[in-house]
Write a new protein. Structure first.
Length: 647
């Protein structure tokens, strides 16, 4: 009896140590104040208890985070961070318990060691770590998935109807937090149907009640959706939410650029999260899992394949939760691999395995090349989205020794708010701009730092912008980040245009006296004139369809034109490129431009414009990012506008 109590005490102590170590790691490396991007967005949503209008808004994370706001320590933003750290640590704890339970055939001291190794593998994986340090639903997704596997496999091993009910209920709740659970539900339900649990009476009735529990838990998300529709009296699904239901339209099933890029990114993320030796251990564990526990293999491996398939083929707004599921399931395979290698049970082998499992933390700290490489695509894509070098990876500044010299989120948000006039209106024309605005909106709405009103039009193309143009008479309208283009914003370019002012883009009328944006013939100049000296001068306009302000400075003589193109002049982050005329075609400006900073990311443009009167209109193509291709229109200015003065 005493030996059993002693073993139980050791098991509980080790389990609590796993949880406490993971929780402490995430709290220590996470921000203690307002976060960036999606972290700040969820901080605001948690504080304001904004659950959204359906499972696509991850209401479960907001609801389960509410108790953390009652803690007497830290600020509101920090308490929201602790919620994410708590759920991520819970995922590590359940992975430990799962591995320990799966190795019942092994001595307990070996099962504990293997469970610790599996938990460490998941805990220091870059994706989970990156999501655990700031608020967001992804750590809760991993925690729910690990808990579901634990209770379902426990039901298969030792029986007990409560284990099935718990696993089924957690599966249903997972759908409320992550609609991707819809794809793995059939696998789980089939597994619960065909396993034969020991010492369980009336198995059919137990399974039926478990299915009912699953339906009740899953219906929470549907009830939230229905209540939102009823409140709005609009029983329609916006386009971005409809994409969850028509997922087959968002899949890249052929070997084209999107699928190839997805596979490359998946391989990069796998290498970034788990070093090559860990991948080999996981592959060994996969075969060991198949050899020893086939009923577990046919639950875990199909889920791994499904989530991995979704990662590389599904083009949705937020496919990151599927990454977390892949890493969690992969950690289970790694645990079985270490069991195969550590069957002897010596301490020397366990110490070496622990060092290898924790090695990603050392890689991130002293050789952050993988972190830089993984964010390259995001950084190039965001050149036109953000006014400053924002940390797209919320953990990178902790792992990189030079911290990238990034500004604090609060500092950035306060500076941006103070640059706005009273009662300004800020529009978010895309999801990207919503994330960039997140810390600004947090300070304005949670802490009352400004009277600014925020209007999101990224999710609903039917948002009437006519009311905004009406408000221009009394309240100035601003935006931050105009890419990707929104059709409602693009429609404004016929009567309005955006002018860069520091961090912001201000929406002004096309009749604004400070710029010439109306068509008029050039006095004494024909459009097909051979002498193109009339093209020399300053031209101002915008890029379509996004609306970024563009200024061309054309110099030179007949047949030898060149100049500079300035994107977002007068803004906090203007981009200047030099271009050279490559063709002497009459009435055209044809050339190429390189946009970017020396020794930094570059965008290469092809410019092709034709002059009509005092207007140059043409196309521009970005070789690195084809979807940025579009057109531009600029008008010749009567006098050179100042590029440093604020208007």
């Amino acid at each position: 009896m005493q030996d059993r109590l002693a073993r139980s005490a050791v098991n509980v102590t080790v389990a609590m140590a796993v949880f406490a170590a993971a929780f402490g790691l995430y709290v220590f490396t996470g921000p203690s104040d307002v976060a960036w991007m999606s972290g700040a967005e969820y901080q605001r949503r948690v504080v304001q208890a904004e659950i959204g209008d359906g499972p696509w808004h991850q209401p479960l994370f907001v609801l389960l985070s509410q108790p953390f706001l009652a803690l007497p320590w830290g600020g509101l933003a920090q308490r929201a961070n602790w919620a994410a750290a708590f759920f991520a640590a819970g995922a590590c704890l359940f992975v430990y318990l799962l591995m320990k339970m799966l190795l019942q055939m092994a001595p307990q001291f070996i099962a504990r060691r293997v469970g610790v190794l599996a938990a460490v593998t998941l805990g220091v994986s870059h994706t989970l770590w990156m999501r655990a340090v700031t608020p967001g639903p992804e750590p809760l997704d991993a925690c729910l998935l690990a808990a579901m596997l634990f209770f379902l496999i426990r039901f298969a091993n030792v029986g007990g109807a409560r284990n099935l009910y718990a696993g089924s209920g957690i599966l249903g709740l997972s759908f409320v937090n992550n609609p991707l659970t819809l794809f793995v539900s059939p696998i789980v339900l089939l597994y619960a149907r065909f396993i034969q649990p020991p010492v369980t009476r009336n198995v059919g009735a137990v399974r039926l009640r478990g299915f009912v529990v699953f339906l009740v838990a899953a219906s929470i998300g549907l009830a939230l959706t229905a209540s939102s529709w009823f409140a709005r009296q609009a029983f329609t699904i916006p386009a971005e939410q409809w994409a969850w239901l028509t997922f087959w339209n968002r899949m890249s099933l052929t070997w084209d650029a999107p699928l190839q890029e997805s596979l490359t990114r998946f391989a990069t993320m796998l290498l970034l999260n788990f070093p090559p030796w860990t991948a080999l251990v996981g592959l060994l564990g996969l075969f060991e899992l198949f050899r020893r526990q086939k009923y577990v293999f046919w639950l875990v491996f199909p889920m791994f394949v499904i989530y991995g398939f979704l990662v590389v083929t599904l083009d949705l707004e937020a496919p990151i939760p599927s990454y977390l599921a892949v890493w969690m399931l992969f950690s289970v395979m790694v645990g079985f691999g270490w069991w195969k290698l550590l069957a002897g049970g010596n301490w020397q082998g366990f110490a070496a395995a622990l060092l290898l499992s924790a090695s990603p933390a050392l890689v991130y700290r002293f050789a952050p090349v993988a972190v830089r490489y993984a964010r390259t695509e995001l950084r190039v894509r965001a050149l036109l989205d953000v006014p400053l070098e924002l940390p797209l990876d919320p953990l990178a500044f902790q792992l990189n020794p030079d911290r990238r010299k990034l500004p604090e989120a609060r500092e950035f948000a306060l500076s941006a708010l103070r640059a706005l006039p009273e009662h300004a209106i800020v529009i978010a024309p895309s999801r990207a701009s919503e994330l960039v605005l997140a810390p600004v909106r947090y300070l304005a709405e949670v802490e009352g730092e400004s009277t600014t009103r925020f209007v999101s039009i990224g999710a609903d193309a039917a948002t009437p912008l006519g009311t905004l143009t009406t408000d221009l008479e009394t309240s100035p309208v601003f935006a931050m980040g105009l890419h990707p283009a929104h059709e409602a914003v693009t429609a404004l370019l016929a009567t309005h245009h955006f002018r860069a002012e520091g961090f912001w883009f201000r929406l002004v009328s096309i009749n604004d006296s400070s710029r010439v944006l109306d068509d008029r013939p050039l006095s004494g100049v024909r459009d097909d004139a051979l002498d193109d000296s009339h093209l020399v001068g300053v031209w101002y306009g915008h890029v379509e369809p996004q609306g970024y302000p563009l200024t061309l400075h054309i110099v030179g003589g007949r047949g030898n034109l060149s100049g500079t193109a300035v994107l977002n002049a007068e803004g906090a982050r203007p981009w200047q490129a030099s271009f050279t005329r490559l063709s002497s075609t009459v009435g055209t400006v044809l050339g190429s431009a390189e946009l970017g900073e020396p020794n930094g990311d570059k965008l290469h443009f092809h410019v092709d414009a034709r002059q009509t009167g005092n207007k140059l209109k043409g196309s521009w193509n970005v070789f690195e990012i084809p979807r940025l291709a579009g057109t531009f229109v600029v008008w010749r200015q009567e006098s050179k506008p100042s590029l440093t003065s604020r208007r």
